[in-house]
Design a protein around this ligand. Structure first.
Ligand code: TAP
Length: 481
């Protein structure tokens, strides 16, 4: 299988150089496809993180900081084209590293190129304002970068999350330090190589691999960091929030969800059923915005659950290129998902299969549809991060709203109804960051501001909104005579 050109063992990208961990420590990468080690990465410590933060600061004070917004944008557009040129090799590497089917890895490469294109094009479009003030004064606001931004990235969509977060930060002139997840980081390292080839000055993009508890924690606590972007679990998100508070710096937290798809009895079920299944099965359900609950109005319960069951039963967890469902990321994640399935306190409506040619040591889990599920039960409340869908019946609109908003999370909601008034009411009633009507955009939408409320986190990434997050406003008042 092609591996891209990451040299084994992969090294950290610090100040434009590829460096091993100062301690010399390395750690193995396990492929989810067959459970076998296939590469080594640097197991970095606080001293490596410190070197990366210093390199970012040096870049801000040097060549990177001196670039105009248009020049930054041009570099980003060049990187987008390099990613497109290398998309197939990157996708193959991502699949080996992360396990997702190649077709889904290809979509991720299209998305990361698009993030650099989108934010590269936006780099010189966000500017300050002149504010009407007193006679004899000019008052204006200007946008500035925070400085050194830290990006702590999970394993589920490594390059997409790298693109959306590092792309927006670079566009606004920040210098970045990324700590990818230890379970999937090789493709981010390869994009680091492409960035260097595209002409990014040393230190604008730094990448340090290693363990979250060591390298991730050192980065989040580093006093030289001015802003943290974190995507991952609520537990670690809370630790990041505390670390940011200790250093008095802002952060964005994107912490997952328990997103509902709400299907009313007038909905187009033929359109809804495949979208509902895809939204929980694609990427193995390891998507923060996965539609992991389906709320079904009682009059269509039988019809829709039958349609969903038919689709679920045909889904195979498989290493095939075009599979809808590949292996999960790790043995730990597989065990976690299987535990939820084994302990589910609801009837099993349908179960998919594991393909016969799936390697026995790979991390495959057959998808499961449960229902009717009590809205208070663990599989209706907790983020499983696997291909497990909880079907919950409801009678009235008010009940649907109460169930939909009745978890600690609030990231995305899908509303399926032809009634325009109900669409408008429901969109307003959802306590979350994104609402899709008669569609569902799990994972998509580069242009669409994205983020949550409560346990799903706060701050917005994607779209133009991210540029506001990754910059700060300065007011300048100029008295003249
Ligand atoms: P996390 O532990 O939250 O990992 C996310 C990122 O944070 C990784 O880069 C991780 O590095 C790093 N990290 C871990 N501990 C850290 C610390 N103390 N300080 C700073 N950074 C730290 O997620 P996970 O263990 O991979 O997955 C656990 C559960 O979290 C999943 O089952 C799922 O429910 C949820 N999750 C949600 C999302 C999204 S998109 N919302 C993504 C992933 C997981 P290492 O990987 O090297 O430890």
């Amino acid at each position: 299988m092609p591996h891209g050109r990451v040299p084994p063992p992969a090294r950290n990208l610090i100040g434009g150089e590829w460096l091993p961990a100062t301690s010399g420590a390395v750690m193995p990468m396990i492929s989810p496809i067959d459970g076998q080690p296939f590469a080594m990465i640097a197991e970095s410590g606080p001293e490596d993180v410190d070197a990366a933060v210093r390199a970012a600061r040096t870049a801000l004070e040097g060549d990177w900081g001196r670039l105009t917004a248009a020049e930054r944008g041009r570099l980003m557009l060049r990187l987008a084209l390099r990613i497109e040129d290398e998309a197939e090799a990157l996708a193959q590497l991502e699949t080996r590293d992360n396990g997702k089917p190649v077709a889904q890895s290809r979509a991720d490469m299209t998305a990361v190129a698009r993030y650099f294109e989108y934010y590269g094009g936006a780099a010189d479009k966000l500017h300050g304002e002149v504010i009407p003030f007193l006679n004899g004064y000019d008052a204006m606001s200007m946008r500035e970068p925070h400085g050194v931004t830290a990006h702590i990235i999970p394993w589920n969509y490594p390059v997409q999350i790298f693109g959306r977060s590092v792309g927006a930060a670079l566009a606004m002139g920040n210098a970045t330090v990324t700590k990818p997840a230890e379970d999937a980081c090789l493709t981010i390292l390869r994009i680091g190589e492409l960035a260097a080839e595209s002409g990014f000055p040393p230190g604008a993009i730094n990448i340090v691999t290693g363990r979250g508890m060591v390298a991730g924690q050192a980065l989040s606590e580093h006093p030289g960091v001015d802003f943290i972007s974190f995507t991952g679990s609520p537990e670690v998100g809370q630790a990041i929030h505390i670390a940011a508070a200790r250093n008095h710096i802002p952060c964005t937290l994107e912490l997952g969800g328990k997103s509902p798809q709400i299907v009313f009895d007038d909905a187009d079920l033929v359109a809804a059923a495949p979208v509902i299944v895809n939204a929980i099965v694609q990427n193995g359900g390891q998507t923060c915005s996965a539609g992991s609950r389906v709320l079904i109005q009682r009059g269509i319960w039988e019809r829709l659950t039958t349609m969903l069951a038919e689709r679920f039963a045909t889904v195979e967890a498989s290493p095939a290129e075009g599979a809808l469902l590949g292996p999960l990321i790790s043995a730990r994640q597989k065990a976690r998902v299987e535990r939820y399935i084994d302990e589910a306190d609801a009837p099993l409506i349908a179960r998919g299969r594991i393909a016969q040619d799936a390697p026995a040591a790979g991390f495959y889990v057959a998808p499961a549809l449960f229902g009717p599920v009590d809205p208070t039960s663990p599989i209706a409340q907790e983020e499983i991060f696997g291909p497990v869908l909880a079907a919950i019946p409801f009678d009235s609109e008010a009940e649907a709203i109460a169930i939909a908003n009745g978890t600690e999370y609030g990231l995305v909601a899908g509303i399926w109804t032809k009634d325009g008034d109900r669409q408008a009411r429901m969109a307003r009633a959802m306590r979350c960051g994104q609402v899709f009507i008669n569609s569902y955009g799990a994972g998509g939408g580069i242009e669409l501001p994205f983020g949550g409320v409560r346990k799903s986190g706060h701050g917005r990434e994607k779209g133009f909104a991210a540029l506001y997050e990754f910059s700060r406003l300065k007011t300048v008042v100029h008295r003249f005579t």
